[in-house]
Design a protein around this ligand. Structure first.
Ligand SMILES: C[S@@+](CC[C@H](N)C(=O)[O-])C[C@H]1O[C@@H](n2cnc3c(N)ncnc32)[C@H](O)[C@@H]1O
Length: 245
């Protein structure tokens, strides 16, 4: 996805964020699989050094890809003969609600993003801080998504396995909160799980229901298949990007 030179500053930044976010999240899938394994192991107090090292290595690879994508996206928004920035001109501010192990936090932060991860479970926050290490642990906050106020305007909310972790009755509240946290033009991007399963979590959503839920506040700008899902989501999730109206 490329922004033309005539794009407005806001549009160009949003497109850059959009592109970088998609690339980062796609690159993160490998890390996610490994990191989730590590998270499960951590929860059971049996995490091994090997699993942690593998997760860190995968995250580092994802960070490199994300940085390259950010540079490419940034380059499309400047004069053709200008030097492309190594990074996005302004670090995009991204919120990761219901972060779990917060594996995305480290690679987005290493790619120069202003990333914050929140979770309301104290034990999860403690494990996430340990997982991301001393450099980024201050960016993992114990907070309830429904009450969290961002100190900076958010460019992006990253969704993964948060909506589907909550009871279906709460989904309208989630959508309202996503909308309240984002200014017009900002993005909601992530993996959405589609299913009509009765037992959960994860609780799948019908495509029409998601569209109806988000239509009052968001326009869909990207919709792509996911080819390397974790088994629990395999064949039933898509990468979607929504722009706040
Ligand atoms: C299924 S996990 C997903 C973790 C992570 N996003 C991932 O993809 O691995 C859902 C997380 O949401 C957190 N959570 C649920 N309700 C929340 C709320 N109201 N505020 C913040 N975190 C919440 C849970 O504690 C849990 O860690």
């Amino acid at each position: 996805m490329a922004a033309g030179a005539a794009a407005t500053a806001t549009g160009a930044t949003a497109t850059a964020v959009d592109t970088a976010a998609a690339a980062a999240a796609t690159a993160a899938t490998t890390a996610a699989t490994t990191a989730t394994t590590a998270t499960t192991a951590t929860t059971a107090a049996t995490a091994t050094a090997d699993a942690a090292a593998a997760a860190a290595a995968a995250a580092a690879t994802a960070a490199t890809t994300a940085t390259a994508a950010a540079a490419t996206a940034g380059a499309t928004a400047v004069e053709p003969d200008a030097q492309p920035p190594a990074r996005l001109p302004t670090p995009p501010a991204v919120l990761i609600p219901g972060c779990g192990s917060a594996y995305e936090l480290a690679f987005l932060s290493e790619a120069g993003w202003n990333a914050t991860a929140i979770d309301f479970a104290p034990a999860t926050v403690a494990a996430a801080r340990q997982a991301v290490g001393p450099q980024w642990q201050g960016r993992v906050l114990e907070a309830d998504f429904f009450h969290y106020q961002s100190p900076v305007p958010l460019d992006l909310i990253y969704e993964r396995a948060f909506l589907c972790a909550l009871p279906r009755a709460m989904w309208p509240q989630v959508a309202e909160r996503w909308a309240a946290l984002l200014f017009p033009g900002a993005l909601l991007a992530g993996y959405f799980f589609f299913d009509n399963n009765q037992k959960g979590p994860p609780f799948g959503i019908a495509r029409e229901q998601l569209d109806a839920l988000l239509a009052p506040h968001f326009a869909l700008v990207a919709d792509e298949p996911v080819t390397d899902s974790m088994p629990v989501f395999e064949g039933r999730e898509r990468w979607l990007v929504w722009r706040r109206l």
